[in-house]
Design a protein around this ligand. Structure first.
Ligand code: NOJ
Ligand code: CA
Length: 707
């Protein structure tokens, strides 16, 4: 243990209030005693419940499994034994919101027997001051060796009709706008909630995805998610909306099975975060703490990245990923592309990429993402083809050697792009050669993607085998010292602690949807409570030109944000991977505001959430890694937000200058998004800053010490 204060140890010991009320029940509390968990066997069924400061958060909820190849594990259990332990250590992530993370919990292990089937099953509960985690463990005892899960039936019984921020349950996408409603309204709002999304594999009118954020009428924030999703299917939640009981609903494979298991094995952790202050939900490290420590000995090659990219001009149009409109008739990597007629809209061409490299070098960015550099884009989407990309053959107008050496000569790296078109076998066939190709040409980061229906057909984006694939792509990449940012992959569950070369994921509706349809103005006030709980998101902020018609005469999207909020997102949307997503021509028109993106850090010593309410506003302050510079960001919903910030986190003996990038008085996300004002102010630890965010607006502040 690296850290253990005496008082924390005393509390931890006092907190293990462990008692048998009867021979079949056990109780354990969190280190401070605020959270109390009960586990018992009722009528031969394992049941748990959770209280927070004396109030029920999880009412008695059943735990169990249906198996596809044997009798169920829903009842017939008896308790063999219970035991408790405590844990308290502080660990240091390779990158993160904080350089020190305390992992302090009390643990209860419940050993169960299902005598009629000669099977054993353990339940491991960890109780923290900010929530609980539990998982099922299947020891290699009794007759349970190989088994197939038909469904996991873990219940989360709510104590009321809470307000929830939710997206529809779906086996293939998370790229939804959020809906805020009572739990009882999920069913009636479901069709409206799904209408904005193209790819849907809906399974229930009351099915939702995790991480699910809720708030009770008496002000308790509850978040349901999972941690350490490895070799298992991703968990959705299905609501019994008469009784307000959520139950796990796993993603099936092509045969409809939900997990192929071999003991000894265990499920991921099922998590319940609990706090009476929304800021504490954002500051929680529960998910990371429930993941295993870093699996790599050498992490010196893993570095946070700020990047620009040949990207928005294709997302917003009118440029293209493809080089030609002709669909080649022979296998793509055998085709002579130089014989094909270019359509003239190929963005990943030598001249354009050089322009981005120059821009990145001039403004201090680490990398330039280039999408559409490789052959295959003419024929990649919607044709359910198993063989599209080879990830190694550039188009004729992309000189991979010359561009990489040009970038390197300017201290910049190119970022690789692997769109797999969800053809996983094809990607695995090419993966080793593709990573070697990257190493040879000096790439150390890849943005990958899984757009479209999964191949093999009938498989989904979040089932056990594909989750294993996503992790395989990360661990194979590590062998080549490559960092991975996977889009359309399963939503993160804290695996970046164990595998820190997983520097980003999309797994939610990102900025790209602003170009297609526009996100709800409150979107970025929800994401940190939900999607970001499991790990960083490649949200790609930094759009300064909100009107898609200006970018592309055929475009009809509108970025529902002010410029000041786009800046604030670099702080509120924590990620070690941050893109400045707009095109250089636009940034050149707003160089004074762009300065914040140049200055903002991507790795931190310390983070503080100053003001937060899901769906309303978030204000975060972060101290740059190894420096005395602080950055503050705010994002607000369509009502705007008034802040009253105490800067008491600054060093008391230092003076600072703050540069404040705020919405102008008449700014508005829909009608006047580019109106901002930049002011400078001397501040110290006693300063109070009153600031206003416009409707759909925000602000950003950089604070630097004055010597
Ligand atoms: C979807 C990704 O989210 C986007 O960033 C990417 O440009 C396209 N797929 C093409 O791969
Ligand atoms: Ca996407």
């Amino acid at each position: 243990m690296k850290y253990k204060s005496l008082s924390a140890m005393a509390l931890a010991i006092a907190g293990v209030s462990f008692a048998f009320s009867e021979a079949h029940a056990a109780q354990i509390s969190s280190p401070s005693g605020s959270i109390v968990l009960n586990a018992e066997v009722v009528d031969s069924i394992p049941v748990y419940s959770v209280n927070y400061k004396g109030k029920p958060v999880i009412l008695p909820s059943k735990l169990g499994f249906e198996l596809a190849d044997g009798p169920d594990m829903m009842d017939g259990f008896s308790l063999i034994s219970t035991s408790t332990s405590s844990f308290d250590e502080t660990w240091n992530p390779v990158w993160g919101e904080n350089k020190n993370i305390r992992n302090n919990y009390n643990e209860l292990l419940v050993k169960l027997d299902q005598p009629r089937c000669y099977r054993k099953m353990n339940l491991r509960f960890r109780v923290y001051d900010d929530g609980i985690g539990f998982r099922y463990e299947f020891p290699q005892e009794g007759v349970l060796t190989y088994f197939i899960i038909k469904e996991e039936h873990s219940q989360f019984a709510m104590a009321g009709d809470h307000t929830a921020w939710w997206i529809a349950g779906d086996y293939d996408t998370q790229e939804y706008d959020y809906t805020e409603s009572r739990l009882s309204e999920i069913r009636s709002k479901m069709s409206e909630a799904i209408c904005s999304n193209a790819s849907q594999t809906l399974f229930s009118p009351t099915g939702v995805q995790t991480s699910l954020q809720m708030k009770t009428d008496d002000g308790i924030y509850i978040n349901l998610h999972e941690a350490a999703l490895i070799d298992y299917s991703c968990m959705h939640l299905n609501l019994d909306d008469k009784n307000m009981v959520f139950e796990s609903w796993l993603t099936p494979d092509a045969q409809g099975n939900k997990g192929h298991m071999q003991s000894p094995c265990h499920t991921p952790w099922r998590t319940v975060m609990i706090a009476d202050n929304a800021c504490d939900i954002l500051a929680s490290n529960l998910i990371l703490n429930l993941n295993e420590p870093c699996a790599y000995d050498d992490t010196s090659w893993i570095k946070p990245v700020k990047y620009v990219g040949v990207w928005w001009e294709m997302i917003a149009g009118p440029q293209e990923w493809s080089y030609t409109s002709d669909v080649p008739s022979v296998k793509l990597n055998k085709h002579d592309y130089t014989a094909l007629k270019p359509h003239g809209k190929h963005a990943a061409n030598n001249a354009n990429v050089r322009k981005y490299i120059d821009f990145a070098a001039e403004h201090g960015f680490d990398q330039v993402l280039v999408e559409g550099w490789n052959i295959g884009w003419e024929d990649w989407f919607g044709h359910s083809k198993d063989y599209v990309f080879d990830f190694q053959t550039p188009y004729p107008d992309f000189d991979v050697d010359a561009l990489n050496s040009y970038a390197n000569s300017k201290g910049v790296k190119l970022m690789m792009h692997h769109e797999t078109s969800a053809s996983v076998r094809n990607y695995e066939r090419h993966m080793d050669a593709a990573y070697k190709f990257m190493e040879k040409h000096g790439y150390n980061a890849v943005k990958s993607g899984y757009v479209g229906n999964m191949l093999p057909r009938g498989e989904h984006h979040y089932s056990q085998w594909i989750n294993n694939h996503y992790l395989y792509a990360v661990t194979e990449a590590a062998k080549h010292k490559i960092m991975v940012n996977a889009h359309e992959a399963v939503r993160p569950t804290g695996l970046c602690r164990t595998y820190p070369n997983l520097i980003g994921n999309e797994s939610a509706r990102g900025t790209e949807y602003e170009a297609f349809a526009g996100n709800k103005p409150f979107h970025t006030t929800v994401l940190p409570f939900t999607r970001l709980q499991g790990g960083p998101m490649d949200y790609t902020p930094g759009i300064f030109d909100m009107d898609m018609k200006e970018v592309n005469p055929d475009g009809n999207g509108h970025v529902n944000s002010t410029i000041a909020r786009q800046l604030g997102l670099y702080v509120t949307m924590y990620s070690p991977l941050q893109m400045a997503a707009d095109v250089p021509e636009v940034y050149n028109r707003f160089m004074d505001a762009f300065q914040f993106i140049k200055d903002v850090a991507v790795d931190w010593d310390e983070s503080k959430y100053l003001e937060a309410e899901p769906g309303r506003y978030i204000v975060a302050a972060r101290k740059a890694k190894g420096k005395n510079d602080w950055f503050i960001g705010c994002t607000a919903n369509e009502d705007g937000h008034s802040s009253d910030l105490k800067l008491d986190f600054l060093d008391a003996d230092k003076k600072y200058e703050a540069t404040i990038y705020a919405d102008a008085d008449d700014a508005h996300y829909a009608t006047n998004p580019q109106a901002y004002k930049i002011t400078k102010k001397k501040v110290n630890s006693k300063t109070r800053l009153k600031l206003k965010a416009a409707p759909g607006g925000g602000y950003a502040i950089s604070i630097k010490p004055i010597n």
